[in-house]
Design a protein around this ligand. Structure first.
Ligand code: SF4
Length: 356
């Protein structure tokens, strides 16, 4: 049974062709993990991310070469591109000129009034949204003296919002990330009460791979359950595709978005006589991560014939494996017995042919 989540109404903000906020679908974001100046590799990674379901992508802009590369990257990708700027306000100006769809500024390291004003004026002229991206690691000055990091993040960010608003910018997206899940949750809760700008959710510097999945799932998940959040990025030490897969799983697990198909796979046990993990990998690689036509379909891969069909009785279709073979079942009713090597292909052809 899906939970009914009442989303908090936020201002709508257009990033390239994607509009976030105002109860629109929570967008999936990720970040490129190669040098932005290496446009060829960046384009390849972004196009792979898009295929996996990424809807907005961010690149690090650390110097003028990175900022310049944005123009070539933009010509070869289909999803909005966000330029991530720290310390050097001129890079923000260059990234805007180069064609970024949004810039992310860190209030902890670009804060001089005259510099922020220059960015604000150009962004306003170009109708370019700005994400104010605060991190617990880059709190500065008096904000560092506040004991409660969540409150410090909110105060620093809120003051920055006011500064940008004073310069006439109100096309904003906000994030307040800490590596501590509870600080992150508290900061977003408070900010959600204070402002109506869309919130980009994430827990930062999440630790080792599995720590990252758990922290992000809990942190982002709790906020989404409270109706908070308009976009998400799962920060993981690893392949950015995994960030997208985990983000989509958080969203679909909560029923906030539907990405198809939904999978039921057993964990396997001593009864299993097949390498079920490699069968699952084969299925994903052949079917792809995203298939909008199958957004309402549940597919099962089970490790044995005795319990598989029964344990996956909610699945629309599935395979339960035995030694050298598998049974194809629909809603727990067996419809065919297949040689093991044909199972995945037959399952895919059934899925692609519709399940009527
Ligand atoms: S479906 Fe079969 S193999 Fe899988 S966990 Fe259950 S009993 Fe074990």
């Amino acid at each position: 049974m899906a939970l009914k989540i009442k989303r908090k109404h936020t201002k709508s903000v257009k990033i390239g062709d994607v509009v976030i906020g105002a109860e629109r679908p929570v967008a999936v974001q990720s970040m490129v993990k190669v040098s932005t100046a290496n446009a060829k590799e960046v384009i390849k990674q972004i196009n792979e991310l898009e295929k996996a379901g990424c809807e907005i992508v961010r690149v690090a802009v650390k110097d003028a070469r990175d900022a310049k590369a944005i123009a070539a990257i933009k010509r070869n990708i289909n999803i909005p591109l966000v330029a991530d700027i720290h310390f050097h306000y001129r890079l923000a100006l260059e990234a805007i000129e180069s064609g970024a769809d949004k810039i992310r500024l860190n209030p902890g390291n670009i804060f001089k009034k005259e510099e922020v004003k220059e960015i604000a004026m150009l962004a306003k002229a170009r109708k370019m949204p700005i994400r104010i991206g605060s991190n617990s690691g880059s709190l500065r000055g008096n904000y560092l003296k506040i004991k409660d990091v969540g409150i410090a993040l909110v105060r620093q960010t809120h003051d920055y919002i006011k500064t940008l608003e004073d310069f006439g910018v109100n096309n904003l997206v906000i994030s307040l990330k800490s590596s501590d899940m509870f600080e992150t949750i508290n900061a977003y809760r408070k900010m959600s009460r204070l402002c109506g700008y869309p919130l980009h959710l994430g827990v930062t510097a999440t630790g080792m791979f599995y720590d990252g999945i758990v922290k992000s799932s809990l942190g982002i998940g709790i906020l989404l359950l409270e109706g908070i959040g308009d976009t998400v990025r799962v920060s993981l030490l690893g392949d950015p595709i995994d960030e997208v897969v985990v983000a989509k799983n958080i969203l679909s697990g909560l029923g906030v978005r539907k990405f198809g198909p939904k999978y039921i796979c057993c964990p396997t046990c001593g009864r299993c006589e097949v390498d079920l993990r490699s069968k699952a990998k084969e299925l994903i690689s052949k079917l792809g991560n995203v298939n909008k036509d199958l957004s309402r379909t549940t597919v099962a891969l089970m490790g044995c014939m005795v319990n598989g069909p029964g344990e996956a009785k909610h699945a629309d279709i599935g395979i339960a494996f035995g030694r050298d073979r598998g049974i194809l079942f629909r809603k727990s009713k067996i419809v065919d017995t297949l040689k093991e090597e044909r199972c995945i292909d037959v399952l895919i052809s059934q899925l692609n042919g519709g399940l009527k």
